[in-house]
Design a protein around this ligand. Sequence first.
Ligand code: ATP
Ligand code: ATP
Ligand code: MG
Ligand code: MG
Ligand code: MG
Ligand code: MG
Ligand code: MG
Length: 279
Amino acid sequence: MAKSRFEYVREFERENHLLQETYIVIRIDGKGFHKFSQIYEFDKPNDITAIEVLNSAALEIFKQIPDVVFAYGQSDEYSFLLKKNCKLYERREMKLITLFSSLITSAYMYHWNLTHPTNPISIEKKLPVFDARAVIYPNFDVVKDYFRWRQADCHINNLYNTTFWALVLKGEGMTTKDAETYLNGTFSKDKNEILFSKFGINYNNEPEIYKKGTIIIRELNETIMKKDIQHQQPGEEGEVSNRQLQRLEKIVKKAEIKTYHQDLITDEEFWSSRPWLSM
Ligand code: ATP
Ligand code: ATP
Ligand code: MG
Ligand code: MG
Ligand code: MG
Ligand code: MG
Ligand code: MG
């Protein structure tokens, strides 16, 4: 078989190697999940089991890809931060994003069916499908702002959805159209006020997982941090040696994977107490 006669077709392939020395963030997002949530009868505004399914799927990614150090999820999306010197697939963009979208999809299927024995995914109804994109950020300040942006989005949407579904489901008898019109042009303080005066809901007391989303971190404990990480701080010229990086990698591999629902926007200490995220 003269395989070589055909091999010229490879020349048509194009590859985008994501720039070295930058932070890669991969965001996956459910395709048509507004519809998906109707078909599989999600509780509104927040279906806790659906959130847990996506969180479990994201944890699966942490287990399978050691280069993922941090992730943030809300609604039908998750953003994964890869460590700065990530070499996975030689940083080939297409390989990376397709790996993440297929991993999240198959893990979502698995965990959905595990937790919904009476409402399993059915090919006749709808399959869960996720797209993915990769973005590179030049420094960790921008990375932090990226995650703050996603959490701000979570807050805005959750306040809106909480108010919207209270109007529809909690005795006001509004249709979804009515509620949409009613909320048109309102500010955050108006929605807080509607929730409180009409429904006795203090938005501040809503569950943190809905207001803040979910953070997953490869976490180092205090003792390891004190013993090892402080020696890992960049030298005077801001350089981290290869040996330091290798040690850090070993530590991070053994680290626990932990989940939180807390503020990323104003809590600077959240970031500064975890220097390994930016190394
Ligand atoms: P696209 O394909 O463009 O992403 P989409 O329908 O997925 O379209 P998104 O902007 O991604 O739109 O919004 C996701 C939607 O999924 C939310 O608006 C919400 O209706 C629904 N959704 C996702 N997760 C949950 C959940 N845990 N509980 C209730 N609804 C959810
Ligand atoms: P990579 O992650 O780089 O793609 P790989 O192990 O998937 O690594 P491929 O070059 O894609 O390597 O080859 C796929 C391999 O999967 C084949 O070499 C074969 O061993 C196995 N395989 C795939 N489909 C079948 C099948 N239907 N029956 C038996 N073996 C199969
Ligand atoms: Mg979208
Ligand atoms: Mg979506
Ligand atoms: Mg979305
Ligand atoms: Mg293969
Ligand atoms: Mg193959």
